[in-house]
Structure formats: C-alpha cells, structure tokens
Design a protein around this ligand. Structure first.
Ligand SMILES: [Zn+2]
Length: 308
C-alpha cells in the first residue's frame, strides 16, 4: 500500500459558516476514493481540491441529519450532468434511496448511471465493503436517529520472505506464494520447516475509524481498538455537557476518553458547535486526557502511512 490518507472537507455541525463546511471527508486508499458523509457544498469542496467526482465510486452516509448528507443530491446530479456511466455505491443506515427517488420524481429528473444502495444495520458492526486491499466495517453509534460510523481497515499483508531462510532450506520458487501466506514448508526429505524460519512478519496494516455523530459510547471501543487514526466528534466542551447529553453528542473530553480507552495512535476531533470560535479550547480539553489529539482542520490531509 502506498497511500492511505484522510482529507477533511468540512468539520462543522448544524449550519455551515464561511470558514467551516459541514461534515465530509475524502479517504484515499491507494487511489481508490471513499467519500465519508456529504454535507452541503461538498461538491464545491471537492472542486477546490481538484478531486474528479467520477473517481468516487463509494459514498458512506453516517445518518440522515442534514449536516451530513444535504450535499448528496447535488453531487449525484453533477455526476449525471458530467456524463457518468459507472456504478455508484451508497452505504447508509438511513433511507437515502427513498429521498433520492422523491427528489427525482418531483423534479421529473433522472440519474443516468446505476446507483446501488446498501443498507447498513445498526445492531452490531458488520462488513459493508471489501476488495483485495481494504475492508470497511460499520460502527453502530448512539444518536437521535439511526447512525453508524465506519472503520476502514487495510487487509493483512503477506509475510515477507527471508532470502537466507529460502536458500538454507532450498525452497523452490513455486512454493513462495504459499510461504508468504504463512504456510510451513516440507522439504525433499519430508521434514517440516516452520514458516517463521522462512519469513518475517508482514508490514503493519493501517486503519481509520470515523465516529460521528454520537453520545459517549464505550461499546465502540472493541471495534476501533488500536486504529492508527480516530476521528471522533467533539461537538461540545465539558461546560456544555448537559447540552451534549440532550442532543446525544460528545464533548471533547469524552472523545479523548474513548481514544485513550481504545489505545488509538492518534485522535482528530471535529463536528464543532458554531458557538465556539476558538477551537483551541476544544483541543486543549481533549489533550488534557489524550495528548495525541489534533483538530480535524478543514482542508488538512492526514496521512496514515507517515508517523504523525
Ligand atoms: Zn446528527
């Protein structure tokens, strides 16, 4: 794998402002694009970053509050106007298909490419997408309406061969694929050579977890444990914890506590209430519990393959 990064296209909650767009992130895994949420104006944010819309084949919508999906209809329409032919997949626990159909029905419009709607359950984490390199799992969250985060995990890589071991035990070339897959080798004399005499451990696989919107929820910890990068919403400061409780959102301290208990490598926080103009307050609150925290600043790209 040569690329695994997360571009923050917006980090606002509720209404967009001139400096903060609503939630949307573009996840690039080896040049395969995954769009995570699609707040209002996302297509303009993509244009600003010179992202070709037609390269996005998978869109994940966490839930149907407007600040997470109001940009979807516009993006689907622009893809159509640009002549898209290729299939598009949309993953959500909400009724996205119904909303798109109502819009097209009353606009007497159509979309000229196939859209596949994948319904994501909210009872437990499930595998929602996989190919030869990556798996995406849902992360059931606790919010006012059904809501899921998503975990993007690079598949385990093959073991690396130890050239000296191969030479020592005279391993023929045609056996190497099996040995990389972890199998032992039986030599010409019928002796078993253990795999770890022939290989080294594979390079680490990387993972990114997106968790928004949610109240403080410890049941996500086993799902996101040890990820390289966790995005967790931090809509409020602790001083507004009551408000967080009423709206089923998290505070910066709660996001940091989840990061700490999940032993993630790094936390980025976002989805800030517009009442805060100074985001340092949220950052400092989180850092007092989990030092490796940063703001999910709009337009910033977080690279999982670089130590951060
Ligand atoms: Zn919400």
């Amino acid at each position: 794998m040569t690329k695994f990064n997360v571009l923050i296209l917006g980090n606002a909650s509720a209404a967009p402002t001139l400096s903060r767009n609503q939630t949307a992130q573009l996840i690039n895994i080896d040049e395969q694009y995954f769009l995570m949420d699609c707040g209002e104006g996302t297509q303009l944010r993509l244009r600003e970053h010179n992202i070709k819309f037609q390269r996005i084949n998978h869109i994940f919508i966490s839930h149907l509050h407007g600040d997470h999906f109001l940009g979807l209809m516009g993006l689907l329409q622009t893809m159509h106007l640009l002549g898209r032919q290729t299939d598009l997949h949309i993953y959500s626990c909400g009724h996205v298909e119904e909303i798109v159909h109502v819009h097209l029905k009353h606009a007497k419009g159509n979309i000229g490419y196939p859209i596949h709607y994948h319904t994501v359950g909210t009872d437990q984490s499930e595998l929602v997408f996989e190919d030869h390199k990556v798996e995406v799992h849902s992360i059931p969250l606790k919010h006012k309406i059904p809501c899921t985060g998503f975990l993007f995990r690079e598949k385990q890589k093959p073991r690396k061969v130890n050239p000296e071991g191969l030479k020592k035990y005279k391993v023929p070339r045609f056996e190497i694929a099996r040995i990389k897959a972890g199998e032992d080798f039986i030599d010409a004399g019928g002796n078993t050579v253990p795999n770890d005499a022939l290989t080294f451990a594979p390079d680490a696989s990387h993972a990114y977890a997106f968790c928004s919107d949610t109240a403080y929820l410890e049941s996500i910890i086993p799902i996101i444990e040890g990820v390289d990068l966790l995005y967790h919403e931090a809509t409020f400061l602790e001083e507004h914890r009551d408000r967080a409780g009423q709206t089923l959102h998290a505070t910066a301290a709660q996001a940091a506590t989840i990061a700490l208990k999940s032993r993630v490598k790094k936390l980025i926080i976002g989805h800030f209430s517009n009442r805060y103009s100074d985001l340092e307050l949220l950052l400092n609150e989180a850092k007092s519990i989990f030092e490796a925290t940063e703001i999910a600043e709009q337009d910033r790209c977080f690279d999982l393959l670089k130590s951060q």
